[in-house]
Structure formats: structure tokens, C-alpha cells
Design a protein around this ligand. Structure first.
Ligand code: MOS
Length: 746
């Protein structure tokens, strides 16, 4: 049944008790008999050839079962083993198979894997492997890679270089007011608390089971089956819990192939839990960006041109395009002319990947800082500048956005924050000795839709079990899907069990792009419709049912647990009575996986507004974020409490981006120099104030039958700009290079 409330109930996590008592089993916590342990050897140069490897000492070290190198690793049957043509067949970002030859393309690349009975034995033996290289001159920064740079046309079928009209006349027009600035962001690393890890166990040569921390069990199953020439049903992927991912577990990475290879070579199950250090090189990161923004506006603040030119890093082991701007600057404001351009510079650095709002996160940061700069040029309030350029229609497609409530988000945010009390002049507001700054920014993220199927089983005792090979990354997906199942099936919340994280279940897509709630929710909706139909078919054949001899098409769920005639709800029957009278213990249906329908009349995008306060001691200019109000318009919110947590998580990560996070590389070796949680600073409690989250709008039923557009990523977009804009307002200093560390404010 369609639920028209925007806010669903404030459920606590159904998996909360399992997590707080330690009973929730993460991939590498499964106890597999005879399981051996792996430790990697990684390259210490960033480009070159391995000329010699001496593994003798390692091989004779205590407990060692196998030392894999490019010289002896059993290579997969399929040389490429890449992601399929379709995303549903799995994702490879690093496309080169590990240990496939003697070449080194980045520092930290796996060049050997030691398998031993214990982790300590494997780690010690790995330290005994001796490697000689013939190094070559690497490309370690974008400036050095200019000759190799490319302007990609597409990224996931989407135009990377979108354009509307001609921006140049407006940018050259001296009557218009403008901003031309360059903003830069560093490499950032995801750093989920659970490091990536896998246990691989072969049964003979034809059957493989992996317990694997992943955002895509079906994708891993598909790639492993193709790579090793196995039947799909003979590859099982199990992943009931994920301890955070943020995109770094979306693709299949080299460690997963290595563990599978090693288990084959060693003849025992192998566990390969990545050390934190390797999380900085072998499972992707957010690419660094340099972004040039040019704006031209009338004196009333109407944008005449937006030009967003990005430079981002790629790699030599696969393709990565960050798409800064294509789905943010190109769609956010109603400008006469828009141009988004991106150039990718391949480096001898580990390959980037999806990281929470890939593209939109750095892109919105740059544009929203530039708009703040424009507001001072125009002497207009930053909110007013945005309202003056509000886009009712998608600027490129020319169709209206569905259920867009961005104006309301600005209004509610400004009210809750107290924005009207802001002194517009920078470096004027004080709290004792501290400088106070107030900044704001828009948030946005596209609404993505994929395909999924769900199986629903209803039992005569009133319980229901719903299954889909989807994922809970720590986001609350178990709870949201239990809630959706309860509403759609018409079964009380307490009686629904939702199961995920197993490749045996019907197809679930990658838990990425904030798509899961809507996509899997739609599959649950479809399964519920099928279940109600199957029950109706039983009822019309049942002489004892009030629905006897009615037409199945005239029957619908009229209340939770009850089917009745649409036109005469007095004639009704309940689910469990129908089942019991039919002598059935249970009834099961499985929805079909269908390509999502395309609605050409609407554009779908989520929106929000961040308002942020910072306080800065002028003597030691460390920025403290003291208040954040975030208002989000994302269609229906399935479970209010967990949705709020998701947005808080995005804001926290964005504060990290604004003030702390950067992966630094040794300019000589190309190796990360801060690959640990001590030196890569993610926000701690002391860095984070109360974050006040609100939701506005309406369920977006034009988008899907759940009305939900997803919330995983939008929270991080724009918040770094809101912080940077607040820092400018506090100090009069515009820092355009993240993170805003104290040295930059001195
Ligand atoms: Mo998200 S970066 O799409 O896992």
C-alpha cells in the first residue's frame, strides 16, 4: 500500500542487538576449518619491472604453505576476468589481474602473497621475500602527466563533457559580474572500520565459496564464475554484514582474486584480511581534483554562464573518471549557458574508485564555494543568490524535476539555524576571542535506479521472510527493507524477517549510488503484489472464502493482512485464513528482475541545504565546526531514525574532507606516507558538533512505488563548501585548497 507520509517510523536497527553483542558475523569472522592466512608483499617502486624475486627463505619459514608470485601463481582461465559488459555482471576498476606479469604500475601493488598456518607466520615470511627491480621514471602528479592526459567522453554511459549554449560570450562580457577561481581537493581514502577481507574455500576444482566484505555479492559471484570458468550456482558469496564501505567495496579488487588463487594453490581455505596500510593502495581512493570554476551573473544575481573545468587523476591499471560537475554543476542552477569539462591524467599511483558521491562530492564543493564568492561580488545573501537561480527544470534535459523541494530546504534550514541574524560582512562576528563564521551550501545527488528481484514467503502462522542478494553496509538497510516489506506485504513489522548478503538469493545490484532502498524496495513492492495475487487466487477458488468466485483483478489488499474487493471492502478475507483453509503452511513468490522504466517526463535528483557555524581562535587558527543544520529533500524517508544517521554520517565525512583528510604521497616513491588511522585523520567526537537534520518534501512516487530516492550519498555533498564558506565569513580568508588546516589560515 502506498504510504503517503514523508517520514517513516523511527525504527531502531533490527540488527542492533546482534551488533552490540558481537554476534553479527562479518566476512572474515566465519570460522572455516583448516583455514590458512595470507600476508602480502607489495612493490616499493611505482613503475618498473621485477627482475628477480628470491622466495627461498620465505618458503622455508615456519608454517608457510605457499608463496605466490607472478612466476608461479595459477592464472585464471580467462586472461582478462574483467567486469562484464553490464554493471549487473560485476565491477572491476583495477582491471589488471594480480601477479599476471613482472610489471609494476604503482607503489603498493601486490607482487607476492605468502600463505601460512597463522597470520604471524605469513607476516614474518613475507618480510623475507627479496625483490630486485628495474625501475623506470614514474608519473606521480597531474602536472607531469599532461602529455598522457585525455578528455573522456563518457562515464557509465553518461556524458562527461555536458554543455548548454555557449558560455564564452557571457564570461567575456564586462557588464556582467563574475568569479573565476581554482579549487583543489586532495586524495582521500575511505577508511571504513572493517578493512576489506575475504575467506576463499574451494571444494574440488569446480565449486568455490567466498565469505567476502563486499557491496556487491552478485557481482563478485559473476566475475569469479567467469574468471574461473565455473557455473554460477557453484560460486557462493556470503556477506551478511559490512563494517562500512563508502564505495571501496563496490568493485572486485586484486586481493579477492589473490585469495581465490592462493586457496587453489595451497589446497586449503585462505583468509586474506587486508592490513589497513593496503586499504590505501589496493581498494581505491577518491581521486585528487583541480577544478576551475567561472561564473558570470547579472547585477541581480542571475547566472548567465557556469563553466566547470576539472582535472583529475587516473591510473594505468584501469579507467577511472570522477565526473566532477556532470551531475552537479550541469544540473543545479538555471543558467543560460553551462559547460562542464574534465581531463583525466593517468598516474603511477594506485587507481581511484567510487567514494561517497564520487564526482558530485568534489564537484559540488567547488561550485558552491564559487557561488559564495559570487554572493560577495554581488553583495547578495548566499541563499538569495541560489534562490535567484533555482532550477525548476533540468537545465540540460528541459523537463521538470520530480518532487523537488529545495526552496523549502533553504527556508527550513535558514530558520532552524537563525541565518537572518548573520552579519553579511566577513570577519565581524565574535564569540569572546573567537572568530565566528556562518556559511551555507546546496547539497545534491542524482536519484539512481537499478534492477533487483525479491523472494517473499508468507507462513500460515503470520510470519513472512523476504530475501534479496542486497547489502547492509552499516547503513540500516536490514531495517529499511524490513519496514518496506512490512508495509508492502501487509505483515506486522515484528513478524517480518528480511535476509540479504548471500548470492543464493534473488538478484540485488551493487549497493552504490544510493540506489538500494529504491531499487530493492521496488522489487519488494512487486513481490508483495504477486503474493497478494497468489492469495487472491486461492481465495476465489475457496467456497468458504467471502471472496469465492470474485475476479482476482477486483481484489486488492484493503488493510494490512487483509484482501478484499476494491469496490466492496466489506467482502474480505485475511491472509492466514486463506492459507490455512487451503491447507498450506506457506506460500512463496519471487518477483521478476526488470529493467527500470524510464520516465522521460521528469528528471530525478535529490536536494538539500547545509548551514554551518565555525569558531576559530585567531592565535591558533584551528577550525572548530560548532553547529550544522542540514535539510534534505530525498522523497520518502523509510525509517526516520536511520535516515537521520545516514545524513549525519555524510556530514561528518564532509567535515573530515573540509578540515582533515588527505592521503599524502612520498614524492620519491609514490607510496602513501600516512596509511593508518593515526596519521590519516578522520573526524573524531571532538571534531563534530550537534548535527541537526531535517527532511522536507513528499514521497516521489513518480520515481518508484516506494517514493524514496536514496540517502547514502547526498549528505556529504556541499558540506565541505559550507565549512569553507563559514571559514571565509569568520576570517575574510578564502582557502580554496582542501583540507583547511591551521597552517593555511596563519
Ligand atoms: Mo557509493 S561511492 O556509490 O558506494
Amino acid at each position: 500500500m502506498a504510504n503517503t507520509n514523508i517520514l517513516g517510523p523511527a525504527r531502531s536497527r533490527v540488527d542492533g542487538p546482534l551488533k552490540v553483542t558481537g554476534r553479527a558475523k562479518y566476512a572474515v569472522e566465519f570460522e572455516i576449518p583448516r583455514c590458512a592466512h595470507a600476508w602480502p608483499v607489495v612493490s616499493t617502486i611505482s613503475k618498473g619491472t621485477i627482475t628477480a624475486m628470491d622466495t627461498k627463505a620465505a618458503e622455508s619459514a615456519p608454517g608457510v604453505l605457499k608463496v605466490l608470485t607472478h612466476q608461479n601463481a595459477p592464472q585464471p582461465t580467462e586472461a582478462s576476468g574483467g567486469g562484464g559488459a553490464a554493471r549487473s555482471e560485476g565491477i572491476r576498476i583495477e582491471e589488471r589481474n594480480p601477479l599476471s606479469d613482472d610489471k609494476v604500475h604503482y607503489a603498493g601493488q601486490f607482487i607476492a602473497l605468502v600463505v601460512a598456518q597463522t597470520l604471524e607466520q605469513a607476516r614474518y615470511a613475507a618480510s623475507l621475500v627479496k625483490v630486485n627491480y628495474a625501475p623506470e621514471a614514474p608519473l606521480l602528479d597531474m602536472a607531469a602527466a599532461r602529455k598522457e592526459s585525455e578528455k573522456p567522453k563518457k562515464n557509465n554511459d553518461e556524458n562527461v563533457q555536458p554543455k548548454k549554449g555557449d558560455v564564452e560570450p557571457a564570461l567575456a562580457n564586462h557588464i556582467l559580474l563574475g568569479v573565476r577561481q581554482t579549487y583543489s581537493t586532495p586524495t582521500e581514502t575511505h577508511n571504513p572500520i572493517e578493512m576489506s577481507g575475504i575467506i576463499a574455500a574451494w571444494e574440488g576444482d569446480r565449486k568455490l565459496t567466498v565469505w567476502n566484505a563486499t557491496q556487491f555479492v552478485k557481482g563478485v559471484q559473476s566475475i569469479l564464475a567467469r574468471t574461473y570458468g565455473l557455473d554460477l550456482e557453484n560460486v557462493r558469496v556470503i556477506c551478511p554484514f559490512v563494517g562500512g564501505a563508502f564505495g571501496c567495496k563496490g568493485a572486485l579488487w586484486p586481493h579477492e582474486l589473490l585469495a581465490v588463487m592462493a586457496a587453489k594453490a595451497a589446497g586449503v581455505p585462505v583468509k586474506f584480511h587486508l592490513p589497513r596500510r593496503e586499504m590505501f593502495t589496493t581498494t581505491g581512493h577518491r581521486t585528487p581534483t583541480v577544478q576551475e570554476i567561472s561564473l558570470a551573473a547579472t547585477s541581480k544575481g542571475k547566472l548567465q554562464a557556469i563553466k566547470h573545468v576539472s582535472h583529475t587523476a587516473g591510473a594505468f591499471v584501469g579507467d577511472w573518471v570522477e565526473s566532477c560537475g556532470a551531475r552537479s554543476s550541469a544540473v543545479m542552477y538555471a543558467s543560460e549557458a553551462i559547460k562542464v569539462e574534465e581531463t583525466v591524467y593517468p598516474l603511477n599511483v594506485a587507481i581511484p574508485t567510487f567514494m561517497r558521491a564520487p564526482g558530485e562530492c568534489p564537484g559540488v564543493y567547488a561550485l558552491e564555494c564559487a557561488l559564495d564568492e559570487l554572493s560577495y561580488v554581488l553583495s547578495m545573501d548566499p541563499v538569495e543568490v541560489r534562490l535567484a537561480n533555482h532550477a525548476d527544470d533540468h537545465p540540460l534535459k528541459g523537463v521538470p524535476f520530480s518532487a523537488k523541494h529545495l526552496k523549502e530546504a533553504y527556508q527550513v534550514g535558514a530558520e532552524k539555524f537563525g541565518w537572518s541574524k548573520r552579519n553579511p560582512r566577513p570577519d565581524t562576528m565574535r564569540d569572546g576571542d573567537l572568530k565566528v563564521g556562518w556559511g551555507m551550501a546546496t547539497a545534491t545527488y542524482p536519484a539512481h535506479k537499478m534492477s533487483a528481484a525479491a523472494k517473499a514467503t508468507l507462513f500460515a502462522d503470520g510470519r513472512a521472510v523476504v530475501q534479496c542478494a542486497t547489502h547492509d553496509l552499516g547503513t540500516g538497510a536490514y531495517t529499511a527493507f524490513t519496514q518496506i516489506s512490512s508495509e508492502q506485504l501487509g505483515v506486522p513489522y515484528e513478524k517480518v524477517t528480511f535476509e540479504l548478503g548471500k548470492s543464493d538469493f534473488p538478484f540485488g545490484p551493487v549497493a552504490g549510488g544510493s540506489n538500494s532502498t529504491g531499487t530493492v524496495g521496488t522489487a519488494i513492492h512487486d513481490a508483495a503484489q504477486m503474493l497478494h495475487r497468489a492469495l487472491a487466487e486461492l481465495a476465489v477458488d475457496d467456497a468458504q472464502s467471502p471472496l469465492h468466485r470474485a475476479k482476482v483483478n477486483d481484489i486488492a489488499m484493503i488493510a494490512p493482512g487483509r484482501l478484499g474487493l476494491k469496490k466492496d471492502p466489506n467482502k474480505s478475507d485475511n491472509f492466514t485464513d486463506i492459507l490455512k483453509r487451503a491447507g498450506k503452511n506457506a506460500i512463496a513468490v519471487q518477483s521478476k528482475m526488470e529493467e527500470p522504466e524510464e520516465d522521460k517526463k521528469h528528471a530525478f535528483q535529490s536536494w538539500g541545504a547545509h548551514f554551518c557555524e565555525v569558531k576559530i581562535d585567531p592565535l591558533v587558527p584551528r577550525v572548530q565546526v560548532t553547529r550544522v543544520v542540514t535539510v534534505i529533500n530525498c522523497g520518502r524517508v523509510v525509517t526516520a531514525k536511520l535516515a537521520r544517521s545516514q545524513i549525519i554520517g555524510g556530514v561528518v565525512m564532509g567535515i573530515g574532507m573540509a578540515l582533515h583528510e588527505a592521503t599524502e604521497y612520498d614524492p620519491k616513491t609514490g607510496m602513501p606516507v600516512n596509511p593508518n588511522l593515526a596519521e590519516y585523520h578522520v573526524p573524531t567526537n571532538a571534531d563534530i558538533p550537534e548535527i541537526d537534520v531535517h527532511f522536507v518534501g513528499e514521497p516521489d512516487f513518480a520515481f518508484n512505488p516506494i517514493g524514496a530516492r536514496g540517502i547514502g550519498e547526498i549528505g556529504i555533498t556541499g558540506i565541505a563548501a559550507a565549512v569553507a564558506n563559514a571559514v571565509y565569513h569568520a576570517t575574510g580568508k578564502r582557502i580554496r585548497d582542501l583540507p583547511i588546516t591551521p597552517d593555511k589560515l596563519l
